[in-house]
Design a protein around this ligand. Structure first.
Ligand SMILES: *[C@@H]1O[C@H](CO)[C@@H](O)[C@H](O)[C@H]1NC(C)=O
Ligand SMILES: *[C@@H]1O[C@H](CO)[C@@H](O)[C@H](O)[C@H]1NC(C)=O
Ligand SMILES: *[C@@H]1O[C@H](CO)[C@@H](O)[C@H](O)[C@H]1NC(C)=O
Ligand SMILES: *[C@@H]1O[C@H](CO)[C@@H](O)[C@H](O)[C@H]1NC(C)=O
Length: 496
C-alpha cells in the first residue's frame, strides 16, 4: 500500500464552561481554554484559546483549539480576515482542508495559503502577503480524526471514509458559527481545499445541505460555495488524464515527459482500466475495486508513479524535482519539524494523547483504504450540491499529474446536470491577472450560471479555472494568481 495522493478523555483542567460568546483573551497555559458546550448535543463542545503572533507571524487575531465529539478531537487554527467588514454584515468564512487521505491541514496553512508560511529553517514563520485571509476569515482543521494534531481516545476506531469525516466536520462548523464565532452565522461560507479534498468537500457539502434541510430548527451552516483545487473527485478521470499530461505538451511543457514507447503502452491499457473502474463505481465491491486499482496501477499509473519519490519524479509537478519522499517539497518536512518542536507543543497546549506532529497519518490512510473510499467517485454529491444551488469552482494547476487538469476536464464535461450542455458548448478562454506588476495570461477558464430551481431566479455558478506554471499546490506555486482567483470567486466577479 503505497501512499497515493498527497496531493496530495482529555484532561479538563481549570476551564470555564460557557454557553454564550465571551471574549477570548490571553494565551498561555492549558487553563486558558474557553469551552463552548453545544446547544444541540451534550456530546459536542469546542475548547479554544487565543494565540499571539509568536507561532504564526500575522497581525490578525488567531485562535487554536479542539472540537470534542465524544471520543474524537479535532484540532483547528482560526484566523480573522485582514479585510474590513461593515458592522452590520456577517463575516465571510473559508474552511481549508488538505487532502491525503491523512494530510494535515497545517500543510495548506504553512506551505501554501495561510497568513504565515514556514521559514527557510523550519524554526519560525514569515508573514504571507498572499494569505487567503486577505479576503476572508480562515479556518484550518486537521481531519479526519487522527490527522495532524487531531486524535481519538485510546482504543477507539479512526473514521474510515469521507462521509464519516463529513458528519464530524458538519458538527464542527455548526457549533463554530453558531456559538463560538456567531459573526459567521449568516456566512457566506466557502469550503475549500485540494487533492483528496476532492472527496472530502463534496461529501461535506452534501452533509451540510441535507442537515440544514432535515433539522430546520438547529443552527444552519451557511454554505455558499465549494472550491476544489486539483481535486481527486473522479479517480478514473485522474487516471485517464495521465496520458494527456505525460504524452502531450498540453500541461504547458515544451516536449512530452514520456517517449512514444511508454505512451503507446499506456494508451493500450487505458480503455480496460477505465472499464474496470466503471465496474467498481457501479459495484463498489472491494475485490472488484482492488482489481481495477491494480490494473490501472500496473498498466498506466506506475510508469510515472513508480519512478517518483525522493530524487526521482515529482507527481505534483511534472517539471519539478522531488526533494523528499511522499510530499516531494522540502517545506513539508520543515513545517513538520516546526510544529513538532516542544515550544510549539507548549504554545498550542497539545494534550498528552498527541505524541508528535506528523504531516501525514498512515493510520488514517490505511482506514480509508479498507473502506475503498479511494475507489469511489463523488459525482452524485457534486450533482446534489448544484441542484441545491451551491456554487462550485474547480481550479487546476496545469503541471500537476496526481490530480491532473486533463482528468478534471473530462469529468466536468461528463457531469450530468442542468448546466452540462451549456458548459460543454463553451470553449476555454484565457484569463489574465497581475503577476509581478504586469497583466499577463495566467490560465484558462469557462463558467456557466444556471437557474436550478423552478420559480427561483437565483443562478448557480459552476466555474472551471486553470492556472499555468502551477503544480498540485496552486497557492504555493502561484500565490498572487491564487489570491486573485479567490477574490473573483468570493466576490462574484468573472474571470474574463
Ligand atoms: C533559525 O535558524 C537560523 C539558522 O540556523 C538562525 O539564524 C535563526 O536565529 C533561527 N531563528 C530562531 C527563531 O531560532
Ligand atoms: C522510453 O523511455 C523509457 C523510460 O525512460 C526508456 O527506458 C526507454 O529506453 C525509452 N525508449 C526509447 C525508444 O527511447
Ligand atoms: C506569546 O505567548 C507565549 C505563550 O504561548 C508566551 O510565552 C509569550 O511570552 C507570548 N508573547 C508575547 C509577545 O506576548
Ligand atoms: C518529534 O519530536 C520528537 C521528540 O523530539 C521525536 O522523538 C520525534 O521523532 C519527532 N517526530 C517527527 C515526525 O519528526
Amino acid at each position: 500500500m503505497k501512499s497515493i495522493l498527497w496531493l496530495q478523555s482529555f484532561a479538563r483542567l481549570a476551564i470555564a464552561v460557557t454557553s454564550s460568546q465571551i471574549p477570548l483573551q490571553g494565551a498561555g497555559s492549558n487553563s486558558e481554554f474557553t469551552v463552548f458546550q453545544s446547544h444541540v448535543s451534550p456530546d459536542h463542545s469546542i475548547r479554544i484559546k487565543r494565540q499571539n503572533a509568536t507561532l504564526c507571524d500575522t497581525p490578525v487575531d488567531q485562535y487554536t483549539g479542539w472540537l470534542d465529539i465524544s471520543h474524537k478531537h479535532f484540532f483547528f487554527w482560526y484566523f480573522k480576515s485582514e479585510a474590513a467588514t461593515k458592522d452590520s454584515e456577517s463575516e465571510p468564512l473559508a474552511l481549508w482542508l488538505t487532502g491525503g487521505p491523512g494530510g494535515s491541514s497545517m500543510l495548506g496553512m504553512l506551505q501554501e495559503l495561510g497568513p504565515c508560511l514556514i521559514n527557510d529553517y523550519g524554526n519560525g514563520t514569515v508573514y504571507n502577503p498572499y494569505g487567503w485571509n486577505k479576503e476572508t476569515a480562515l479556518i484550518f482543521v486537521d481531519q479526519p480524526a487522527g490527522v495532524g494534531f487531531s486524535y481519538v481516545d485510546e482504543g477507539e476506531p479512526l473514521p474510515g471514509d469521507s462521509f464519516a469525516a463529513a458528519a464530524d466536520m458538519h458538527l464542527f462548523l455548526q457549533l463554530f458559527v453558531s456559538q463560538v464565532f456567531p459573526e459567521h452565522l449568516e456566512g457566506p461560507l466557502v469550503i475549500t481545499g485540494e487533492s483528496y479534498a476532492g472527496h472530502y468537500l463534496p461529501a461535506l457539502g452534501a452533509q451540510i445541505v441535507s442537515q440544514n434541510a432535515l433539522f430546520p430548527n438547529r443552527p444552519k451552516v451557511p454554505l455558499k460555495s465549494v472550491a476544489i483545487g486539483n481535486g481527486y473527485v473522479v479517480p478514473s478521470a485522474t487516471t485517464y488524464g495521465y496520458w494527456e499530461t505525460l504524452c502531450t505538451t498540453n500541461p504547458g511543457v515544451d516536449k512530452p515527459v514520456f517517449n512514444e514507447t511508454r505512451c503507446d503502452i499506456m494508451a493500450t491499457n487505458l480503455p480496460r482500466c477505465l472499464e474496470l473502474s466503471e465496474v467498481c463505481y457501479n459495484h463498489p465491491d472491494p475485490v472488484i475495486c482492488a482489481a481495477a486499482l491494480k490494473f490501472c496501477g500496473d498498466g498506466v499509473i506506475n510508469y510515472y508513479d513508480g519512478e517518483s519519490g525522493k530524487g526521482g519524479r515529482n507527481r505534483f509537478d511534472i517539471t519539478a524535482p522531488c526533494d523528499i519522499d511522499q510530499f516531494c517539497y522540502a517545506n513539508t518536512k520543515l513545517l513538520q519539524d516546526y510544529l513538532n518542536l516542544s515550544s510549539s507543543f507548549a504554545a498550542l497546549s497539545i494534550p498528552k494523547e498527541v505524541k508528535e506532529f506528523i504531516a501525514g497519518s498512515e493510520a488514517v490512510e490505511a482506514a480509508f483504504f479498507l473502506t475503498n473510499d479511494l475507489g469511489i467517485s463523488l459525482i452524485p454529491q457534486i450533482q446534489y450540491l448544484l441542484a441545491s444551488q451551491i456554487d462550485i469552482l474547480i481550479y487546476q494547476g496545469n503541471l500537476d499529474l496526481a490530480c491532473n487538469t486533463a482528468g478534471a476536464k473530462r469529468w466536468t464535461a461528463n457531469l450530468a446536470w442542468k448546466g452540462q450542455a451549456a458548459f460543454t458548448s463553451l470553449d476555454l478562454k484565457p484569463w489574465k491577472s497581475v503577476k509581478d506588476e504586469k497583466e499577463v495570461k495566467v490560465g484558462m477558464f469557462k463558467e456557466v450560471n444556471v437557474k436550478m430551481v423552478d420559480g427561483d431566479d437565483k443562478k448557480t455558478r459552476f466555474a472551471f479555472v486553470t492556472i499555468d506554471g502551477s503544480g498540485h499546490m496552486v497557492p504555493q506555486d502561484q500565490p498572487e494568481v491564487a489570491l486573485d482567483m479567490l477574490h473573483r470567486w468570493l466576490n462574484g466577479k468573472s474571470f474574463d
